[in-house]
Design a protein around this ligand. Structure first.
Ligand SMILES: [Zn+2]
Length: 308
């Protein structure tokens, strides 16, 4: 974990975006564009990943071996660093937990995993990072955990508790770090309307089966559009998000649904990132198109006009 100089506790000169994710490769879909945009605008960008992604599949033919699985966390950390470089993410931090696996798999029972972690200790790890980094904007998943993965739901719970605790001088005083009240806190969400439209298009074009043929209730993981407060147009960054996805080599398969998705649908999916604003200490419009709305006036950032 990065040690801060004494001077780091002063108000940072640059605005800072921090996001807490569950696994390597989760950084791209919901936050890759806002990270790339923040980086281009000269902001500080910090990605926190809760687990090593040890339970992930290896989809590259010939590499799905016990030896590769044994060192998957290391492989995925390297893939993540390359993806972070593509997106302009300055700092990558791991919370240090083990992947809990998909819901209903034996990995859920592993005492070392994120799901079974001591909750106070996990919140403490998030509090330490919030107090060290002092983010202006913090993002994690909503309570649905994006798609219900136990590590995504746990990331939501631990980060939400961490935001509150980081601002409370009576919590975690043993860290020896000054408290930090996060000015803006968001939940990253999948808008129901967009995914419903994508699903319909996939069926209409004969790429996916009719929804009733699947028992996966994906709609329950989507956020109703009326609760979304913030939609950020990240269309200038779609190419970089795709390039970042390609860095996660072990996770890519030519036959998975992402690769079967036609380019135009993929571009639609990647070009907007949607959020629910959980808290803001600055006045904001009810509907925003910028995570930093209300904060930019307070701090001078670099050339906000430069877009990749
Ligand atoms: Zn994940």
């Amino acid at each position: 974990m990065a040690q801060k100089q004494e001077g780091a506790f002063m108000m940072p000169e640059r605005l800072t975006l921090m996001a807490v994710h569950a696994h390597p490769d989760d950084e791209i879909f919901g936050t890759g564009g806002v990270f790339a945009r923040a980086a281009d605008e000269g902001m500080r960008t910090v990605l926190v990943v809760s687990t090593g992604g040890e339970e992930g599949e290896i989809r590259v033919p010939g590499r799905d071996t016990p030896e590769e699985h044994a060192r998957l966390a290391q492989i995925r950390a390297e893939e993540l660093r390359r993806s972070a470089d593509v997106l302009g993410i300055e700092q990558v931090q791991f919370l240090g937990y083990r992947d809990s696996g998909m819901l209903g798999t034996p990995a859920n029972e592993n005492p070392e995993n994120f799901l079974n972690s001591d909750r106070d200790e996990a919140v403490g790890r998030v509090v330490r990072l919030i107090r060290e980094v002092r983010p202006d904007v913090l993002v994690t998943y909503d309570e649905r955990g994006g798609y219900g993965h136990p590590d995504h739901v746990t990331a939501h719970e631990v980060t939400t508790a961490g935001v509150e605790a980081a601002a409370d001088p009576d919590r975690y005083p043993e860290l020896g770090l000054p408290v930090w009240s996060v000015p803006k806190f968001y939940n990253s969400v999948n808008p129901r309307s967009v995914w419903t439209w994508i699903g319909q298009q996939m069926v209409e074009r004969g790429i996916a089966p009719e929804p009733e043929e699947s028992d996966y209730d994906y709609e329950s993981y989507m956020a109703p559009d009326e609760v979304i407060t913030t939609r950020v147009d990240v269309s200038p960054y779609v190419a970089r998000k795709k390039a970042a996805l390609m860095q996660h080599e072990t996770q890519i398969s030519s036959d998975d649904w992402l690769n079967r998705m036609p380019e135009d649908l993929m571009d639609t999916l990647l070009s907007t990132e949607s959020f629910i604003r959980v808290r803001s200490v600055v006045p904001v419009p009810p509907e925003e198109d910028d995570l930093f709305a209300g904060l930019r006036q307070a701090t001078t950032v670099g050339d906000a006009g430069s877009v990749a």
